[in-house]
Design a protein around this ligand. Structure first.
Ligand code: ATP
Length: 338
């Protein structure tokens, strides 16, 4: 579809997340589980570009494009239309073309759909000039669409409470090196994994405590000590994810055997995240897993990284100014250092 002339094109880059700790509490009356999680944004990025057009559309490219819907269920499109309803009364509603470069594995427990929604909210606010929508309100709109969205706007490492949407940053300097295993075509649906977790708990009549962040993990993160962090990685959904997808226990065993300091299923899976102590170890482990581990995509990333950020805001070049008038500034703004 032809872009409408004379308006901006805004691109926003957004990372995926893994959960260093995911403690799942009891099922609440609203159908969600109370959780306490430690989110960690890792350097695998989707890029969402929006530009005014004559009608709404979504176009997806990149290695994981095949698993992403381009109809009204696409979470970036849902987010854009939700924000559009917040425009000032009587304000024009310019539809958008949304392009997604999909680098985050789909249905992998890395919150890629939520990431695209977070990036799209930020890009749409800019392209529509909705300066009255402050960050807090944008996060609130995001939280209504998905529990992980506020974190993906923040990035870094943060505790998520409630259903994960209430964010408290964790002060942690330094970086951690990760090797991620993403099983092709193995997507697990998040509600299915929570349901399996409930089933397994009911089977053994397990008492479910109120979830809380682990103090030991917080201490390890403050020191950014990979071995100490590795010891305290924890995911209450891991058993359920393995029960639905037994291959995951083979993946975990292979990574640990090949020298990972620690490993866990990310969120509801099936992506498996392995922690190593250096870039050299990450290269060794990724080569080893690719050669000897179960078939899957192997990705390397560091964390923590910042959340969704505008990387390009292209204002079309102004028409040549009359000689006596100073030309307005043009060119990219809000660019993040690469
Ligand atoms: P969760 O956030 O529930 O942990 P996930 O990380 O496991 O989810 P996602 O990559 O967010 O998985 O995809 C979940 C489902 O959302 C996919 O099966 C896909 O059909 C749908 N979806 C909708 N929009 C998007 C999008 N922009 N990117 C990826 N998936 C999307």
């Amino acid at each position: 579809m032809r872009a409408v002339e004379g308006l901006d094109v805004v691109s926003c880059r957004v990372p995926g997340k893994i959960n260093l700790d995911l403690s799942v509490g009891p099922l609440r009356e609203d159908g969600f589980h109370e959780v306490s999680t430690v989110y960690h944004a890792v350097g695998i990025y989707d890029q969402v570009t929006v530009q005014p057009a004559n009608g709404w559309s979504v176009h997806v490219t990149g290695p994981y494009a095949a698993g992403v819907p381009t109809d009204d269920t696409n979470l970036a499109l849902v987010a854009a239309k939700t924000l559009a309803r917040r425009r000032p009364r009587g304000g024009p509603m310019v539809p958008l073309r949304i392009d997604i470069d999909k680098q985050i594995p789909v249905a992998g427990g890395m919150a890629g759909g939520s990431a695209d929604a977070a990036a799209c909210l930020i890009a749409c606010r800019e392209v529509w000039g909705m300066d009255h929508v402050e960050n807090d309100l944008l996060e609130q709109i995001g939280a209504g669409l998905g529990s992980d969205i506020p974190f993906l706007m923040h990035g870094g490492t943060a505790i998520g409470s409630g259903r994960g949407e209430r964010i408290t940053p964790v002060l942690a300097r330094g970086e951690l090196h990760w090797v991620l295993w993403a099983g092709e075509g193995l997507g697990l649906s998040t509600p299915q994994v929570y349901a399996e977790c409930d089933r397994l708990r009911a089977e053994r009549a397990a008492k479910v405590p109120t979830p809380a962040p682990s103090e030991e993990l917080m201490t390890a993160l403050r020191r950014m000590d990979a071995d100490a962090v590795a010891q305290h990685l924890k995911n209450d959904l891991q058993e359920a994810a393995i029960s639905l997808q037994p291959l995951l226990s083979e993946v975990l065993a292979a990574g640990l055997e090949l020298g990972a300091r620690g490993g866990l299923v990310s969120g509801s899976g099936p992506t498996v995240a392995f922690l190593v102590a250096s870039q050299a170890e990450a290269i060794d482990l990724s080569v080893g897993l690719a050669a000897n581990g179960p078939t899957g995509d192997i990705l390397r990333a560091t964390g923590p990284v910042p959340g969704a950020q505008v990387v390009q805001n292209r204002v079309p070049p102004p028409s040549p100014p009359p000689p006596t008038v100073k030309a307005p500034r043009s060119g990219p703004i809000g660019r993040v250092p690469s």
